[in-house]
Design a protein around this ligand. Structure first.
Ligand SMILES: *Cc1c(COP(=O)(O)O)cnc(C)c1O
Length: 353
């Protein structure tokens, strides 16, 4: 693929690494290309980061045709930069695109674009412990008409944001509220696609939980409000009587790459991992009988996030004395160890640049 590169004339300063936070600052450049029906993907370019202009009728503004991905570039001890399972993000992006009637991108071409862009921005990969360059590929429908149909024009972009450690003050277990009113998605809907619309629909419940002092919600399935699906924008896992349980990918759950990696690590460590329907009653029974040993969310941003308290119908349950559990800690150490190059990558997950 021919990628034109136009370098900025006004490079920015990397902010103080202790103040990065998440998603607040952006690197100097962005990748952009357009899709036109009959022509395919055209005008691949890396240009200075800046505003974009859209036709007021652009599909994305009216019908929400938008998908995205999220992955990190890590700087390891020798100063080089590496990615974690980038092909998984590319494959998932194409699955999301297919669901939203957006065009797909050839996997090898997408990987070449990602590598070229991250190489271009490599000085923006921070150096401090736990920090990384968060990479956000995204695609949106960009037809200049209000007619509703399969997208004929689309735009694909990648931006990057140097981000600080998720756990600046150590890993603190979070308080979660089980949501029994709003649902995130339903089977047959868009739950398995990483699309902006799923986020727009789930913000209200998150806000309500925040107001009550909880950091996120635990989602139940959209049909019966019975089976556990995800926690906030993370997948969720439980350890009950020594067994690891995580909701099966029924179609309304986002197939997380961290989830998949946790399962592979757990199996290699000899744990029994069950991907199945897991009801809220079963969870309540395990909390009441004391057999729930650990609960945690997993996703790229936090890696793992231990759950210390769970609230359901005005009753609050404490998990593992609000301490991070042994398995949660092990997963965190192994995944971050591989990502930051401190542990040998026995799985073939690391993609060096
Ligand atoms: C991105 C995302 C996840 C986590 O996926 P990872 O690939 O592990 O980062 C989980 N749930 C939702 C809703 C998501 O959007």
């Amino acid at each position: 693929m021919d990628i034109k590169i136009i370098k900025t004339q006004e490079p920015k300063q990397m902010p103080n690494e202790s103040e990065l936070g998440f998603g607040k600052y952006f690197s100097d450049h962005m990748f952009v290309m357009e899709y036109e029906d009959g022509k395919g993907w055209i005008n691949a370019r890396i240009v200075p980061f800046g505003y974009i202009s859209l036709h007021p009728a652009s599909t994305v503004l009216h019908y929400g045709a938008e998908i995205f991905e999220g992955l990190k570039a890590y700087r390891i001890a020798d100063g080089t930069v590496q990615l974690f399972r980038p092909m998984e993000n590319i494959k998932r992006m194409n699955t999301s695109a297919e669901r939203m009637c957006l065009p797909t991108i050839d996997e090898d071409v997408a990987l070449e674009i990602l590598e070229t862009f991250v190489r271009c921005e490599k000085d923006w990969v921070p150096h401090s412990k736990g920090s990384s360059l968060y990479i956000r590929p995204y695609m949106f429908g960009n037809d200049e008409t209000l007619g509703v149909h399969t997208v004929k024009r689309a735009t694909f972009m990648i931006i990057a944001s140097p981000s600080g450690s998720y756990y600046k003050e150590g890993i603190n277990p979070v308080k979660i509220m089980i949501e029994s009113e709003d649902v995130r998605t339903v089977r047959g809907g868009t739950g398995y696609a990483k699309c902006g619309g799923n986020y727009a629909a789930s913000t209200r419940a998150g806000e309500r939980a925040n107001k009550k002092g909880y950091s996120q919600v635990l989602w139940l399935d959209g049909v019966e409000r019975k089976y556990i699906e995800e926690v906030g924008a993370m997948n969720v896992m439980f350890k009950i009587n020594g067994e690891i349980i995580t909701p099966a990918l029924t179609g309304s759950i986002l197939p997380g790459i961290t989830r998949k990696s946790c399962i592979e690590v757990l199996k290699r460590l000899g744990y029994s991992v069950s991907e199945r329907l897991f009801s809220v009653e079963e969870l309540l029974a395990a909390m009441k009988s004391g057999t729930l040993e650990e609960a945690w969310g997993c996703g790229t941003a936090a890696v793992v996030s231990p759950i210390g308290r769970l609230m359901y119908e005005d009753v609050e349950y404490v998990i593992n004395n609000e301490q991070i559990g042994e398995v949660t800690q092990k997963l965190y150490d192994i995944l971050t160890g591989i990502q930051w190059g401190q542990l040998e990558d026995e799985y073939g997950w690391i993609h060096k640049l």
